[in-house]
Every structure is written in structure tokens, then in C-alpha cells.
Ligand binder design. Structure first.
Ligand code: 5RP
Length: 230
């Protein structure tokens, strides 16, 4: 089974949790997009859901495939969010933001009664941090913000480089909210809870990709099939 087949398997298993009438948060990334494709087939077959997309990219795909959308302000409380992740540990703590949608993804997940993570088995780790941690920062004062993050990292014994995310044409990557992303390559984040709460205290940090106490369940697809972590 190749990587795409595993993503489809995880997405299909998540679809079983979607019920008629649900208000759904819809994630961003290649795995979430497989979910959108399967969801669109169900919608074409009569399933009634209202989706809140976590990015402009997801919104475009949903509109193209006929998945009905609302804004989060129209549907401020959601039944379920289904989204991918870059890393998942045994306590269902996540690193997210590889696709740059972490801010809206976190707001939507927090507005949902449940969040189901869908991923292939390569995303499961013992310790978070091998995937560079995306940190969304305001462009204003970005140098000061970066220095504050570097000081915090050194205080917490984290080492590694931080890179301002760019696009393939080397222009700066801007999020849907008009912010920048610093990708922090710490290698290992032994105390993700401490890092998350300390990052939240730095004023120029808009959000970070550590999702803690948000996921209720993860569906992990590997060559032998899908398994559930909860
Ligand atoms: C986007 C995300 C994605 O969920 C994460 O990057 C996983 O993406 P993929 O399913 O393509 O591996 O957090 O901001």
C-alpha cells in the first residue's frame, strides 16, 4: 500500500464517524483532502453536512466538489473536526502546520466537540519534534519575536535552527491570516506542554503547531490496515 492509499484508508475510516446533519470542521493537507473527496461522494449521495474549512485551499476544494460550506462565525460550535497532522505522540499531542494552516486549524478544532486526526503510520512518533515545529508570527516585530523564541528555546534546553518559511519561488510564505511562519527544527521536544504554554506567552507569536488536549481520537493507517489511538 503506498502513502496515498494509506491516507485514503484513514480518511475512509473517519467518514464512518460523520452523521447526517453534522457541523464539520474540515482540515487542511493531503490527507484532509482525501477526506474531502470521500465526503463529497457521500454528499452527492444525499448526506447533509455543513462544513467549516480550515484554509482557503480546503475551501476551494470543497466548493469545487460540492461540499456545502459555512464560516465559523455562522457555525461557531461544531460537532466534529477531521484533520491531518505532521506528528502524533501516544498522548495524542500533535505537531501541525506543515501546510501553514495551523491558526485556523486550531481555532476550528477548539470550537469542535471532537477532533479526529487522520494520518498514515509514518506520523506516529515517540517524542514530538523531528518535524520542524511551525510557529506563526506577526510580521510586525518579527526579529524581536524570533529572539524571544530563541531565548525561550535555550532556556528549555532546546537547540536547533529556525527558518522563516518561503515558497518555491523564494518569496516569503504568508498564511491565510497574513502572518509569517518560523519552522523550528528542535529535533526533540521532551516537554511539549511546557513549550506550548511558554510560546503562548510571547506577544508576537500568533499561534504554534503544538496541539495539546485537542484530538480525541486518531485513525492511523499502515500497510496492514487502520488502527485507532485514543
Ligand atoms: C496543515 C496541517 C496538515 O494537517 C499537516 O501538515 C499534514 O498534512 P498531510 O496530510 O499533507 O501530511 O497541519 O497545516
Amino acid at each position: 500500500m503506498d502513502a496515498r492509499e494509506m491516507k485514503i484508508k484513514a480518511a475512509a475510516a473517519a467518514l464512518a464517524h460523520v452523521e447526517d446533519g453534522m457541523r464539520l470542521g474540515i482540515g487542511t493537507g493531503s490527507t484532509a483532502e482525501e477526506f474531502v473527496r470521500l465526503l463529497a461522494e457521500k454528499v452527492a449521495g444525499g448526506l447533509q453536512v455543513q462544513g467549516v474549512p480550515t484554509s482557503e485551499r480546503t475551501a476551494r476544494l470543497c466548493l469545487e466538489l460540492g461540499v456545502p460550506l459555512k464560516s465559523l462565525d455562522e457555525l461557531p460550535e461544531l460537532d466534529l473536526t477531521i484533520d491531518g497532522a505532521d506528528e502524533i505522540d501516544a498522548r495524542l499531542r500533535l505537531v501541525k502546520g506543515g501546510g501553514g494552516a495551523l491558526l485556523r486549524e486550531k481555532i476550528v478544532a477548539a470550537a469542535s466537540k471532537r477532533m479526529i486526526v487522520i494520518a498514515d503510520a509514518t506520523k506516529v512518533v515517540d517524542t514530538l519534534g523531528a518535524f520542524p515545529l511551525p510557529i506563526e508570527i506577526n510580521p510586525f516585530g518579527q526579529v524581536s519575536t524570533r529572539l524571544s523564541i530563541e531565548r525561550l528555546a535555550s532556556e528549555l534546553g532546546l537547540s536547533g535552527s529556525m527558518t522563516l518559511r518561503t515558497r518555491s519561488d523564494e518569496s516569503l510564505f504568508m498564511t491565510d491570516g497574513g502572518h509569517l511562519i518560523l519552522d523550528a527544527s528542535f529535533g526533540r521536544i521532551p516537554d511539549a506542554d511546557a513549550l506550548a504554554s511558554r510560546l503562548n506567552q510571547i506577544p508576537g507569536v500568533v499561534e504554534h503547531g503544538l496541539f495539546i488536549n485537542l484530538a480525541s481520537l486518531a485513525i492511523i493507517a499502515g500497510p496492514a490496515g487502520a488502527r485507532v489511538m485514543e
